[in-house]
Design a binder for this molecule. Structure first.
Ligand SMILES: [Fe+2]
Length: 561
């Protein structure tokens, strides 16, 4: 691929977008004012910028192909609908060199969201797009198709766990400033289902408590929660500037969800789980720029030329058996090793393993697997007594006080489904598949691990690597262990008893940058404070680990790429 000077181009674009948005706002002041009364009825709309009406939630794009991309917007209106929405895609920011256009309808059946799967585009190319409805044009979005053929370099911003109530979306703001990303990958917990009191912090300068105020259980609830999140200006801008590739974790439905239930679902009082799950999946499909035929089947793959295949999994709702025990309980149960146990459906497993084989057979350099929960084991055997080390009492720290045989601590991650992990490893070995990079979210902290079938035996070669992105806002181990100091003590202890874990940060928020070349894939963690209490906190480079072509293991990185 001929690599455009994306930094220069994007910077120019960014500045121009601001200027144009400003000019456009001047032009539609009347329309914004006219719609304002409708917004006032909804407290969640307090964040809304009325000058963007009727496109208050901005624009988004996703699931890029070499010849296409999904573009998205939403119309906020009192009209019963349907509302005709014109759309166009152009090569230039002025939207004069139009390559595709059309009209769609925004209606109540899709919560007035509009999603277009644009075809006929050129590979590895920046495009600009916009919508028009009710006489007003939307913000201009920028997106990029996937490259084809030889590709020199790829960069992805990787994020997860963005609880609106836990703080500000500074990681999204930082990604929007990078201008060097091919896409943003969101690994789940895009929103949280809890009510306004669940984990809400009240000392922020702006009210960030959840709307609706109840735990979301019905279709209208899930839709309203997405509508609230998407009014956040940092999230809106990150969607506006890059295509996103997303998958859900548990909180898009309910905490610790699985195929037939969830830890945070009470059958009866909160309805039937299949109905609630279906509503959660429907709202997700409506609000995210994702290309799926069936809202319940979001596992899929995307190709980035000869450099990388991106395989996206759903380890949460598609086939997962119920968790054995609850989080932070030590697993001694033999049940996790039950050979009939599954984390994903047989159909998804066949798809995933088949995609890995096909990718290797094509000679694609890297196989990047975007999924939810930590795949590497996390063993707590013989960890030191944190209370003794610190000389303090920690009310919530039972898991690091263990003496005894090897034990995993979180049955919600792959440790609770060891047979599924063995199936994956067996497939990599049997098919001699190398250069596998697993991307993970969920745990609100940063990790880099070798994926090895026997972590304590150095003679057993790793089969790949795992990079775990921290959360955008959700609290980390400082919350579980009672203090930042306790979490910092636990970091080296974790590594002593888990030799496959090469890097861990248990307290900071931010994002992961994945930098891909033919020679290596490097994960870089950009981190800031545990609590994102204000806007404008900027995550800084914290660490880099890489895997070199053919090594199937981690080595220290080379600093910010
Ligand atoms: Fe989370």
């Amino acid at each position: 691929m001929t690599e455009p000077d994306t930094r220069t181009q994007a910077t120019r674009t960014f500045a121009t977008l601001d200027r144009r948005a400003f000019l456009r706002r001047l032009g539609i002041a009347g329309a914004g004012a006219a719609l304002a009364p409708a917004l006032v009825r909804d407290p969640a709309a307090a964040q809304a910028d009325p000058t963007l009406a009727p496109f208050l939630h901005g624009v988004a794009s996703g699931d890029p192909l070499p010849d296409g991309v999904v573009i998205w917007t939403r119309v906020t209106t009192d009209q019963p609908g349907p509302v005709p929405v014109d759309w166009l895609v152009a090569r230039d920011l002025e939207l004069t060199d139009v390559v595709a256009s059309g009209t769609a309808n925004a209606g109540v059946e899709r919560d007035f969201t509009v999603k277009i799967d644009v075809a006929g585009l050129a590979p590895g190319t920046w495009y600009f797009y916009a919508f028009e409805a009710l006489g007003t044009r939307s913000l201009i979005g920028r997106t990029k198709t996937a490259p084809s053929g030889a590709v020199e370099r790829l960069r992805f911003g990787v994020v997860s766990c963005s609880n609106y109530q836990a703080g500000f979306f500074n990681a999204y703001a930082a990604l929007a400033e990078r201008h060097d990303l091919d896409a943003v990958l969101h690994l789940g917990d895009y929103l949280y289902e809890g009510g306004a009191s669940a984990g809400a912090r009240t000392n922020f300068a702006e009210d960030r408590s959840h709307r609706p105020e109840n735990e979301i259980v019905a279709l209208a609830d899930y839709r309203q929660r997405y509508a609230q999140y998407r009014l956040d200006p940092d999230l809106r801008r990150a969607h506006q500037l890059f295509p996103w590739v997303t998958t859900w974790d548990d909180h898009e439905s309910a905490n610790n969800s699985w195929r037939d239930g969830a830890g945070n679902h009470t059958p009866g009082a909160e309805g039937d789980w299949p109905v609630r799950k279906g509503w959660a999946q429907q709202a997700y499909e409506e609000w995210l720029p994702i290309r799926v035929d069936d809202p319940a089947r979001i596992y899929r793959s995307l190709r980035y030329g000869e450099l990388a295949d991106l395989i996206v999994l759903d380890t949460r709702l598609d086939g997962r058996d119920e968790q054995v025990g609850s989080e932070l309980m030590v697993l001694f149960e033999d049940e996790v090793r039950n050979p009939d146990r599954q984390l994903i459906s047989p159909e998804q497993r066949e798809f995933w393993h088949g995609e890995l084989s096909a990718s290797a057979d094509r000679g694609t350099r890297w196989r990047i697997v975007a999924q939810q929960v930590m795949l590497a084991p996390l063993n707590v055997v013989a960890l030191p007594n944190v209370e003794e080390l610190l000389g303090v009492e920690l009310p919530d720290a039972p898991l690091f006080l263990l003496d005894g045989p090897a034990a995993a601590i979180n049955p919600d991650q792959w440790d609770g489904y060891t047979v599924e992990r063995d199936r994956f490893y067996d497939h990599l070995r049997a098919a001699a598949i190398d250069n596998v990079v697993v991307l993970t979210g969920d745990i609100h902290t940063s990790w880099a691990s070798d994926l090895t079938p026997d972590p304590v035996n150095p003679l057993v070669a790793p089969l790949g690597v795992e990079f775990v992105a921290t959360s955008v806002t959700s609290s980390g181990f400082e919350n579980i262990l009672g203090s930042v100091e306790a979490a910092r003590v636990a970091e080296p202890a974790v590594q002593v008893t888990n030799p496959h874990i090469k890097y861990v940060d248990l307290t900071r928020r931010g994002y992961l940058l994945l930098d891909v070349s033919a020679e290596r894939v490097q994960g870089e963690w950009y981190l800031s404070e545990p609590v994102q209490a204000t806007r404008g906190m900027v995550p800084a480079f914290a660490a880099a680990w890489q895997t070199v072509d053919g090594s199937n293991r981690l080595s220290p990185g080379t600093g910010p790429a």
